[in-house]
Design a protein around this ligand. Structure first.
Ligand code: OAD
Length: 246
């Protein structure tokens, strides 16, 4: 892989680094992405599974879908891309990782400062009183878990048409505005507001690098594109950082 002189310089001197990740970073762990040929949204309709209306209309179906994904995600492990990012955090005084993923793999790989924009599939909350539940049980008789207050419990993830968690969103914009080096990794960069973070970083003067197996809608606006699997490209970047920063 060819790392440009400009990126080498940033890897050597940067103090503040921010990273945005999407489904692509977990693809090598076996988590399906959303778009593309084998993407989830090719087989399933988001408006039937990932909106408040869908949940109110058919909570059983929505729980079936999330139970399936939770089961899938409980069996997987972080991959070399997740571990490389966890290692990268040691090299920079300020390192923030913003993720659109709900699988918790960055934390499991050891990254500490993770800003979750779209929630986490392991958490649940009541739609009435907002009480949080770490575990819920789905049974043949109780296909939709219910809170002590009587309200339905839902997965604590962000659905289409919903606001993102305000604190996470504010932190994401703040670190994107203040970083010197920004990586956009494994995201198609089409879902707002996450998709605007690389552009905010760029407008604020950061050097912005994309890591993806293909070009995206924002590639041409960014400073550099490293084409390849994140599980291969990121370990190479870590090796370069070690050589450059000692
Ligand atoms: P997408 O499925 O839209 O995009 C995944 C990106 O990862 C694509 O650009 C792929 O080219 C790239 N990719 C695939 N495998 C890769 C690999 N091994 N290494 C590097 N890149 C790879 O997923 P997101 O951009 O994360 O939101 O989608 C954003 C949001 O849309 C999701 O958080 C979800 C979805 O609807 C909600 O559910 C709210």
């Amino acid at each position: 892989m060819r790392i440009s002189e400009a990126l080498r310089e940033k890897l050597t001197t940067a103090k503040r680094v921010a990273v945005l990740t999407g489904a692509g970073i977990s693809a090598e762990s076996g988590v399906p992405t959303f778009r593309g040929e084998h993407g989830l949204w090719k087989k399933f309709r988001p408006e039937e599974l990932a909106t408040v209306d869908a949940f109110m209309r058919n909570p059983e179906l929505v729980w079936e879908w999330y139970s399936y994904r939770r089961e899938l995600m409980s069996k997987i492990e972080p991959n070399p891309g997740h571990y490389a990012l966890a290692e990268m955090q040691e090299s920079f005084p300020e390192f923030s990782l913003i993720t659109q993923n709900i699988d918790g793999l960055h934390q499991r790989a050891g990254t500490q400062n993770v800003i979750e924009l779209h929630g986490n599939i392991q958490r649940n909350r009541c739609i009435e009183c907002n009480r949080y539940y770490q575990e819920v049980e789905i049974t043949e008789t109780e296909k939709v878990p219910t809170c002590e207050c009587g309200g339905y419990i839902r997965p604590d993830v962000v659905w289409f048409g919903e606001m993102l968690p305000p604190k996470a969103l504010e932190s994401a914009f703040q670190v994107s505005r203040s970083c010197e080096l920004f990586f956009s990794i494994g995201t198609s960069a089409v879902v707002q507001p996450a998709a605007s973070l690389p552009l905010v970083a760029k407008e604020s003067g950061a050097y912005v690098v994309e890591v993806n197996i293909e070009r995206t809608e924002i590639t041409s606006i960014l400073d550099e594109a490293l084409l390849g699997k994140s599980g291969e490209v990121l370990p190479e970047i870590v090796t370069a950082i070690k050589t450059l920063r000692g």
